[in-house]
Design a binder for this molecule. Structure first.
Ligand code: FPP
Length: 232
């Protein structure tokens, strides 16, 4: 029997975040350099994020490059930055608001210029794609605190911190999906993930398909979210 795919999601699933792991291993398995895995990873990133928006997920966040990823060999870092640059040149649609979350200061000025222009051009999009780039969640929280200190606030609320984070304005992720088999969060959306449902799969990111997303969503809907309360 053919598998019935998810048609649309409802208001319980407004935000999905992805830790896209496994590009390097996917390439190694094929006797290819890690960069080959990242190239396929970008293609899959586009397919999967488009699919999520198509089924009605309002906000999608992907972990593209962490503050720790600079420690990788220069050749690999350059290849990822080049892929990003090409992606920025290619994004032409305006129905999705693309936001780059992370510290832009360490990025090449030409890349930042392209990022700013894509953000500006897509800002009226009805759904959101957050691309975490040079992103670290602890640094994000420190940055939010410093922003709030600069406003002179002496009584900071959770809402103030929510608004001061890079993701300000987005609902917290309902579901965080990590590919590649590791069972950790890796400094991703630590504040925002307080009540997120976590889903881990051994599938390597370049092998991820819309069927795998459907499986994660079905699993999400089978869970009871209590947000610290009791079952009704
Ligand atoms: C993790 O796989 C992947 C990364 C650190 C980079 C992810 C980047 C992309 C998919 C490109 C995103 C680009 C755009 C345009 C958004 P890994 O290299 O850690 O894999 P491994 O665990 O198998 O070594």
């Amino acid at each position: 029997m053919q598998k019935k795919s998810i048609q649309t999601v409802d208001e319980r699933l407004k935000h999905i975040a992805f830790i896209m792991d496994g590009n390097g291993r996917w390439a190694n398995k094929r006797g290819m350099p890690r960069e080959f895995g990242h190239k396929k990873g970008v293609q899959v990133f586009q397919e999967i994020t488009e699919y999520c928006h198509k089924i009605g997920v309002k906000c999608v966040t992907v972990y593209a490059f962490s503050t720790e990823n600079w420690k990788r060999p220069q050749k690999e870092v350059e290849a990822i930055m080049k892929l990003l640059d090409e992606y920025l040149d290619k994004t032409s649609k305006e129905d999705v608001r693309v936001c780059f979350i992370g510290d832009k200061n360490r990025l090449a000025p030409e890349l930042v210029e392209k990022i700013n222009s894509v953000e500006e051009r897509t800002k009226k999009g009805k759904s959101t794609l957050n691309v975490a780039l040079n992103y670290g969640s602890r640094a994000e929280i420190v940055n939010a605190c410093n922003k709030l200190i600069a406003t002179g606030k002496d009584n900071v609320t959770e809402e103030d911190i929510n608004a001061a984070l890079y993701t300000g304005g987005c609902p917290d992720p309902d579901l965080i999906i990590r590919t590649g088999g590791d069972l950790r969060i890796s400094n991703f959306l630590l504040w925002q993930a307080a009540y997120s449902e976590l889903y881990f799969t051994d599938t390597l990111w370049p092998d991820m398909t819309s069927d795998d997303v459907d499986a994660a969503i079905e699993n999400f809907y089978s869970r009871k979210r209590r947000f610290g309360g009791l079952d009704k």
